[in-house]
Structures are given as C-alpha cells and as structure tokens.
Design a binder for this molecule. Structure first.
Ligand SMILES: [Zn+2]
Length: 194
C-alpha cells in the first residue's frame, strides 16, 4: 500500500460502499491472486526472489503446482518448496483462499463487524464452516490482547473527510484541516507466526 496522499483522499476501509468491494475484487479476483499476495508479502517482495532456508541464501524461485494440486514456489537452486500458506490459518484448509480473503474483507470492512450467521449467507458455506472461519479470523488474526501484532501486518492509514471545500492557503490552515479529519487506521495480520 502506498502512503496516504492527502491531496487525493481515498475512501476509508471502514466504508461499506460498493467501491471498496470493487477494489477488493480487482485486487483479489481469485485463489491465484490471494496466493500470490501471500507469497509476495511473506516471502518475496518482487515475486521472483526469496530467501531459501535450504540454500541459506537469496535465490530465484519458480511457481509450481505439486501432484496434490497445491501451489508452491520452488527454489531454482536446490528444488526446495515454499508454500506461502504454511503457518497461516488458511493452510490445508478445504475452504478456498479466495473465500478466506473475502471473509476477512467482510469482517474488517464493516464498522460494527459481522456475525458468523452473516458470513454463512455472504459466503454461501455451511454455518459450521462460517462459524469456524469467523472464530479463526477473530481469535487469531484480530486478537486484541494489548501485545504488538506479530507476523505480517498490513497497515493502512487513511483520512476521512474528503477534500477541503476551498483552497487552504497557509500551513496553519492545512494543519487545522488535517486535525479536524478523522484518521482511520486499519490493521490486519495476514499471517501470524507462532
Ligand atoms: Zn534453495
């Protein structure tokens, strides 16, 4: 996420408008995109190179589907597989990664939260599955235990209040305007490592 640009305010994550859903769908259209996101945020910022624990150094990796149909990235130096979901709540889940991401989107984009029952309806899964997902996301990803968040934390800060109605001429005016706006801080742990 690029830093918030106050001259071009973006809609807050907490907004429930169609726009943010569109944005979510554009960014995460399918399982492959979600997996690619985990790969890049957890292992490989450029999508091609990552630290190989077996080689003990930075190596080029290639995406590769295993016989079980599980996607992984393989070290071109030694053949070591890296599974981007390893150590996350999504690992080996029979629920698709895309549904997990959509569930996280729903749970974090509504201001008052969403119930397991609502998740069941929105995701089209059985209540038991929805309830399990709801608890994993709430307990493991949205833990509120006063400790700093662990793992890969994505933070997005944005100001709420739109553009100023008139041109702000002085620095003081600009500062006053910024202070009057609400700052929304969205934080989500994408993958907690224990
Ligand atoms: Zn290697």
């Amino acid at each position: 996420m690029p830093p918030a640009n106050r001259h071009k305010p973006k809609r807050a994550r907490s907004s429930t408008s169609e726009y943010t859903l569109t944005q979510f769908q554009r960014e995460f259209p399918d399982d492959a995109a979600c997996l690619e996101h985990l790969w890049r945020t957890r292992h490989s910022p450029d999508g091609e190179h990552a630290h190989c624990p077996k080689c003990g150094s930075e190596r080029a990796f290639k995406r590769y589907a295993t016989k079980q149909g599980r996607q992984s990235w393989t070290c071109t130096g030694c053949g070591h597989h890296v599974h981007p979901t390893a150590g996350t709540i999504f690992h080996k889940s029979s629920t698709s990664l895309h549904l997990w991401f959509y569930a996280m989107y729903l749970m974090t984009s509504t201001r008052c939260g969403i119930s397991a029952k609502q998740l069941e309806r929105e995701l089209g899964v059985h209540y038991k599955t929805a309830w399990r997902m709801f608890n994993k996301i709430r307990n493991e990803l949205m833990k509120d235990d006063d400790k700093p968040l662990k793992g890969d934390v994505e933070i997005d800060e944005t100001s709420w209040g739109g553009r100023p109605r008139r041109k702000l001429r002085t620095r003081k005016e600009q500062a006053q305007w910024r202070e009057a706006k609400t700052t929304v801080l969205g934080m989500v742990v994408l993958a907690s490592r224990h």
